[in-house]
Structures are given as C-alpha cells and as structure tokens.
Ligand binder design. Structure first.
Ligand SMILES: Nc1nc2c(ncn2[C@@H]2O[C@H](COP(=O)(O)OP(=O)(O)OP(=O)(O)O)[C@@H](O)[C@H]2O)c(=O)[nH]1
Ligand SMILES: [Mg+2]
Length: 291
C-alpha cells in the first residue's frame, strides 16, 4: 500500500482548492475567483485500492511584504517541510509571471517527488506553450500533466501517477474519511466563501469568520452556531449586510444549504457582522487564523 502527504502549490487562483474538491469527490476547500482565498492547510483525503493520498491545500504563493501575506507564504513554506510529494499547479489561462519563477526556485529545494500539472486546460485561449517552455527550461526531468480541475478531465489519472511515486505505507486516516477538518472550521470556511462570493467589492482579504458559540439541539439532530463575520471598517459592514439586510440573508441561506448537505445533522446559523479595525495587523489573531 502507498500512503503520502501531497502539498498543492501554485500562485493564487490556479485552482488548488478546486482540484482538492474534485479529486476527493467532496467539497473540502472553499473556492472563489478572488486570489488568496485559502488561508489554512486544508487536508483532503483520496483513497484507492493502491493507497491513500492526503492532499494538503496551501495558500497561493504571492510576493508581498505585507504582514498578512507574509503569514500566508510562511504557511506554504512550512508545509513543504512536512510533505512527501508536491503537486505544483499552473494556471494556463494567465501568462506566466515573476511568481512562477520564484516558486520554481523555492521548489528546487524540495527533495521529494515533484509532479507538475497545467490546469484550466478547458479554457481555449491559453498560454500552455509559454508554460511548457518555462518548465522545460527549469526542470528537465519532470513530466507535465494537463488537467481541468473544474471539469475533472485528467484528474483521476493524475492521482494514479502521484500514487506511483508515493512512498509505501499504511493509510494515515480511516478509509471512509475525506477530510479531517472539525465542524467549526468547516462552518466558518463555508460562511467565508459565501461572503466572499456574494460581496463583489474588493473586501475578500478584509474579512474573516469566527464561530463564537456552537451547541447541539434536538437530540443531536440540529447544530446551532453563532457566527461573526468580521470586517475592518464600518463601510464594509454595510456592504456585507446589504440593503435591508438582503446580502447577509443570502450568505446565511447559501451557507446553510451547503452545510446541510455536508453534515449528517441540520445546521442553524445565527450570523452577525462585526467591525474589527486593523485585524490584519494583529499578529496573534493572524497566527490563529492562518495555520
Ligand atoms: N475554467 C476553469 N476554471 C477553474 C479551474 N480550476 C479552478 N478554476 C476557477 O479558478 C478560480 C480559483 O479557483 P481556486 O480553486 O479557489 O484557486 P486556488 O488556487 O485555491 O486559489 P487560492 O486559494 O486563492 O490560492 C475559481 O473561480 C475556480 O472556479 C479549471 O480547471 N478550469
Ligand atoms: Mg485555495
């Protein structure tokens, strides 16, 4: 049997979280069209006859000296120390950038097997050739796969290839697990995804979600949770709440529907919006949120 921790690495928005959800067959990691959605090492588990792969989602790599971004990059770098294999995803719908070169540099220090996949191959207008050139130039021996994390094309065969170079070992999680996240984290992430995707303005980085309280009701058939969506400014609070509270109601409705399908019990959310000025400068909070 094979057993391996596989880090997913790539620039923001290359489709790392989409890939995890696709390969594991369940919604595990939240997805949005805004860069730097993932803030934690979310783990998704893939089981097959040959073995178990534990995919570790990571924040997209982005060069910036801001405190918030430094924490995200720190998390990515520390993940590379803990994993057996790396799956490096590239987004062919965007031109290769300086970050790609930096990432390739970082990855050259990784000693385990490196697997490379060009993602979003379903998009017709793409920069596939530029990527092939860039990679051939830097990493001569590494095979390159072409996939669409969105449609699933090439995903299953990529998992099979990853298993081939995975170390031998016994499964690390029970075979019917697909994630190891606790309910509070999943609830906060699903609410964050809906908040990001429903507020089209530029506030995704400025919000975080906190589960303040959680209780089981009705003989364990209902989970009640009090949630705070925290933003930096009053004006952002207005955006998240929306006209007459319309937007926050949509966030709650969409999050509840999704959570009800993820959990074996009914979920009831009490969501409020709170202003926490300058929270992205709070080292202590950042350590807690980005982990
Ligand atoms: N067309 C197409 N879109 C994709 C594909 N994979 C991901 N996307 C879209 O790309 C956007 C970013 O996807 P994510 O999965 O959130 O990307 P990520 O790499 O996890 O991003 P960060 O967490 O911000 O680093 C979303 O709008 C996805 O729907 C793909 O194979 N094809
Ligand atoms: Mg992500």
């Amino acid at each position: 049997m094979k057993a391996s921790f596989v880090a997913l690495v790539g620039r923001p928005s290359t489709g790392k979280s989409t890939f995890i959800n696709q390969v594991c067959g369940e919604k595990i990691s939240i997805v949005s069209s805004h860069p730097q959605t993932t803030r934690n090492r979310v783990r998704g588990i893939y089981n097959s006859k040959e073995g178990q792969l534990v995919f570790v989602d990571t924040p997209g790599f982005y060069q910036s000296e801001r405190r918030f971004h430094r924490h995200l990059t720190g998390l990515l770098l520390s993940t590379l120390k803990d994993v057996d294999q790396v799956l490096y995803l590239l987004d062919v719908s965007r031109r290769p950038g300086e970050e790609e070169r930096e990432l390739l540099e970082l990855l050259s220090a990784f000693k385990g097997p490196l697997i490379i996949a060009l993602n979003k191959i379903d998009i017709k207008k793409n920069y596939r050739h530029d990527y092939l050139e860039l990679i051939m130039d830097k990493l001569k021996q590494v095979p390159i796969h072409e996939i669409s994390a969105l449609t699933g094309s090439g995903v299953e065969s990529l998992a099979a290839v990853i298993l081939l170079t995975a170390p031998n070992g016994e499964p690390l999680y029970p075979l019917d697990y697909y994630t190891d996240q606790d309910p509070a984290f999943r609830i906060s992430e699903v609410v964050r995804e809906k908040a990001i995707n429903l507020t089209r303005q530029e506030i995704p980085h400025q919000l975080y979600v906190e589960v303040a309280d959680m209780e089981m009701h009705n003989q364990g058939t209902q989970l009640w949770a009090r949630i705070f969506i925290c933003v930096e400014r009053d004006s952002q609070k207005g955006i998240v709440v929306g006209k007459k509270g319309e937007l926050i109601r949509d966030i709650v409705r969409q999050a509840t529907t999704e959570l009800n399908s993820l959990f074996p019990y009914q979920v009831k959310l009490d969501v409020r919006v709170k202003v926490r000025p300058k929270w992205r400068k709070d080292e202590h909070l950042l350590k807690k949120l980005i982990s």
